[in-house]
Design a protein around this ligand. Structure first.
Ligand SMILES: [Zn+2]
Length: 485
């Protein structure tokens, strides 16, 4: 048995559960602010503190945003859904239960669809439901943090949607990619800010392995509360190889919840996993069922403009970009910036070269400090136009771009103020060309002797003599003419 098991290839099976904070001004069941970063316990009231007798009232905006997200994920939105109590004890959950949705969620049977590396992917969405967030336990940052845990209830009652996928993912990289695509959609439709550091978007992953080709699922573990794509990928890679090792050595996987330790780069067991019945779900008696008119659902559907995947396909077709090129733009979230630049000017190819070249370089150089307001698409289109008209050379344009970023001034102003315009005046250039020829008799002799490659050296000398401002095309022409004499 042992020997045979080493011949078995194992296949990972992964599903995601994503919690996304909805961008409402107020909480899901009360009027408290949802703003992040306020002093602890300042955005609270009897409802979100779970005082006895305080009654929840559903926030209309929460439902709109949740429906919008469900529609963008191709879900079937139900006209009737029910809130349920999920009972468990935790200090950051003052009521002793979380109001969520269970048996009749808002939406079911959706799909996340996208192309990657030229081929189509489809990850089925099991359900999208609404729920409230819990408060936050603070284990550090206070003088007595070594002996006490502090509680901040500002987050308690913040509206969330939970998006659950089917176990359709087959690698850690696939899972990270799907999570990325999901984030893109939620940001594009304006329901979530995608801020993973502040916890606006969190991901749990269910993962199991099974012999390749098997249809039965293996025992899964859940890796909880991952707030970066990289950690998701690393945690899953670790978990897949851990489970494979356990099975190959004849062991069994324990169904449990695990956490990712960013320091040791390992997952560790947090608790053995509760089953749904441990939560003793029952319909929330303080809230009526959510009733949605079909017309209302259609109204919300019409507010969804272009989704990222559709935009991607359109941009590729409209500007003749390859899959690779559009991915390069997406990596720095520059697709919209590129389009605006291309539209402000007339040359899509030049806009792409500049955005994926100089703008991306600046982003890589400055990272978080990069300020998107410094050079607008209009300003960049202005710079590109100067290159196209031949007013400045391509190499001067790069330094003008840097100056634009530093000062926020328009390209034309910088070119005028610093006298950077290309020297296209024949008489003026001819003087420099003649001087260069006179100073380099050897090179001239070589060229006349047939070594035409040496012309490049002379062009370089003329460019140098004009501080890079000479029009290279004209320099070539003048040199040729003078040498033929
Ligand atoms: Zn409140």
């Amino acid at each position: 048995m042992m020997i045979a098991s080493h011949l078995v290839e194992f296949e990972p099976v992964i599903g995601l559960e994503i919690h996304a904070r909805l961008l409402t001004e107020t909480k899901i069941f009360c009027g408290c602010s949802t703003r992040f970063g306020h002093a602890p316990n300042t955005n609270v009231c009897p409802v979100c503190l779970g005082f006895p007798g305080a009654l929840p009232v559903l926030n209309r905006r929460t439902v709109e945003f949740a429906v919008k997200a469900a529609l963008a994920l191709n879900c079937n939105v139900h006209t009737r859904s029910i809130f349920a109590r999920k009972n468990y004890f935790y200090p950051d959950l003052p009521k002793g239960y979380q109001i969520s949705q269970y048996e009749q969620p808002l939406a079911t049977q959706g799909a996340l669809e996208y192309t990657t590396g030229g081929s189509g992917k489809r990850v089925r969405i099991t359900r999208v439901h609404m729920e409230e967030d819990a408060g936050k336990s603070l284990h550090e940052g206070f003088p007595d943090s070594d002996s006490k845990t502090s509680l901040d209830y500002n987050r308690s009652g913040t509206p969330l949607i939970e998006i659950v996928t089917e176990p359709d993912l087959r690698s850690a990289a696939d899972a990270a990619h799907a999570f990325r695509k999901l984030r893109e959609i939620l940001i594009a439709i304006g329901v979530n800010d995608g801020n993973m550091e502040e916890g606006s978007l969190r991901c749990d992953a269910n993962v199991s392995v099974r012999p390749a080709g098997a249809t039965r699922l293996g025992t899964k573990t859940e890796v909880k509360n991952i707030n970066s794509f990289r950690y998701l990928e690393k945690a899953l890679e670790f978990e897949i190889s851990r489970q494979t090792d356990v099975l190959e050595s004849g062991g069994t996987i324990v169904q449990e919840t695990r956490l990712w330790d960013t320091a040791t780069r390992e997952t560790f067991s947090m608790r053995t996993k509760e089953d749904a019945h441990d939560y003793r779900y029952f319909p929330e008696p303080d809230l009526p069922p959510v009733q949605l008119l079909p017309e209302r659902i259609e109204e919300i559907r019409r507010t969804i403009i272009e989704l990222p995947e559709a935009r991607r396909q359109r941009v590729m077709a409209e500007y003749a970009l390859s899959d690779f090129e559009v991915t390069a733009l997406e990596r720095n979230e520059l697709t919209a910036f590129f389009e605006a630049t291309a539209r402000a000017g007339r040359n899509g190819r030049a806009a792409f070269n500049w955005v994926s070249g100089e703008v991306a370089r600046k982003i890589n150089e400055l990272g978080e400090r990069f300020d998107r307001q410094r050079v607008t698409p209009d300003a960049l289109a202005g710079l590109i136009a100067l290159v196209e008209k031949g007013t400045i050379s391509a190499s001067i344009a790069k330094s003008v771009f840097d100056k634009m970023y530093e000062s926020g001034r328009a390209a034309a102003d910088i070119v005028a103020a610093d006298s950077l315009a290309q020297i296209g005046d024949e008489a003026m250039l001819l003087e420099t060309v003649r001087a260069v020829l006179a100073a380099n008799p050897d090179a001239v002799a070589q060229i006349r002797g047939g070594k035409s490659g040496t012309v490049g050296f002379l062009v370089g000398q003329v460019m140098k003599g004009t501080g890079g401002k000479a029009n290279p095309k004209l320099v070539n022409e003048l040199l040729r003419r003078e040498l033929e004499k």
